[in-house]
Design a protein around this ligand. Sequence first.
Ligand code: KDG
Ligand code: MG
Length: 407
Amino acid sequence: MRIADAQVVVTSPGRNFVTLKLTTDEGVTGLGDATLNGRELAVVSYLTDHVVPLLTGLDPHRIEDTWQYLYRGAYWRRGPVTMAAIAAIAAVDVALWDIKAKAAGLPLYQLLGGASRDRLATYGHANGRDIPELLDSVRQRLDEGYPAVRVQTGIPGLKAVYGVHTTGAQGERVLHQQTRPLVEDWDTDAYLRHTPAVFEAVRAEFGAGIPLLHDAHHRLTPIQAARLGKDLEPYRPFWLEDCTPTENQEALRLVRRHTTTPLATGEVFNTVYDYQTLITEQLIDYVRSAVTHFGGVTPLRKLFDFAAQYQIKSAIHGPEDISPVGMAAAVHLGFAVHNFGIQEYSGHNALTEEVFRHAYAFTDGHLHPGEAPGIGVELDEKLAAAHPYEQTYLPVNRLLDGTVHDW
Ligand code: KDG
Ligand code: MG
C-alpha cells in the first residue's frame, strides 16, 4: 500500500480547524488534526509547502520511520519552525495510525495495546464572572455528569480574565477570540487573594468529594505559585495547572518545595525535552500535552511511558480548539495507556459535530473511543468547504499599568 493523495482541509464551523486527509492507492483514508489556535495558516503552509510533496509514494505502515524522517529530516527542530511543524507531523502521524488501524479492521486503541480501562474520566470547564455565577456553572457541569470540574472566575476589579467570558457595554457576551486580540487585564495580588475564596465557596456548596482543578495559565512567578499552592491546600485541588511560564522547567522546583498541591503542565510543549527535568525530578504530577501539539500518537505514547516510570499520569489537553480528530486520537491513546490520569473535555458545537462525525462517545462524564476501525472520525468535506477559514486571534493580557503579561 502507498500514499496516493494528501489534502489539507481548513474549515471554520464556529472556530478554525486544520485537517490532513491521506488517501492510499487502495482507497484507505486517514485523518490527522493540525490545528494551532490563532496561527492556523502557519501550519497549513508548512504542510502544503513542505510536507505534502514528500508524502505521496510513502508506505503508510511505516509510521515511526515517517515521523523520524519528517522530524530529523527538517533539521530545524523544536524552536520557531517546529511550532508549526510539530502539528503538521502530528497530523501525518495520526492519519497514518488511522490508516493502519483501518487496514487491520481494528479501532486504534487495539493497536496501542488494547483497553486498559472501561472508560475515561473527564473534567469540564466551569466559569463565572463572580462566585455565584461560577457556582451555577459548576452545578451545570455536575448535572451534565462530569466527575471533575475546572473552576475559573473573574477577579474583583478586573474586566476580563482567561477562562471567563466577559460582558460588553450593551451586556452582550464578548468572545475570547476576536479579529484583533482582545485585551484582558491582570493584577496578580488580587488574583492570589481571590482564588482561595473561590475554592472555599465551591467546597462549601458542593462538598469535599468533587475533584476541582484550576488553570493559572502561566501568569505567576515561582514564589507566587508556591503561595497559591499552599493557600489552596485546605481545599485539596486535583491540580494547579501551568502556574508559571512553562519555558523554565527549573521554576517548578521552588513551587514543589512549598506545596503538596498537585501540579500539571505541558499543553504548550512540543517535545519530550521540554519535560526532561520536570519528569526526572518528579516536579509535576500530570503531563498535559495534546496529540496535535506534541507530534502525534507516536511521541506522546513514548512520553507517557517515560512519565509512568515516575508515577506521573496523562491529562491530554482537550479544549474546543483540539478538533474531533485530535480528540479521537487522544481518547484512543488514553484508553490504552496504563498511566491515564484524566481527559479534559469541552465538547464541540453541533455544526462541528456534523463536519466531523465521530465514533467516540461522551456519556455520564466519561469518554469511550467506540469500536469503529481507525480513529473513527469521518470528515464531511462538503460541509467543511461551506464554512471557510476565519481569521481570529487569541487575547493578550496587560497589567494595570499597561505592561504585557502572560494571559
Ligand atoms: O488555544 C489556547 C487554549 O487551548 C488554551 O488556552 C486552553 O489552557 C487551556 C486549557 O487548559 O484547556
Ligand atoms: Mg490550560
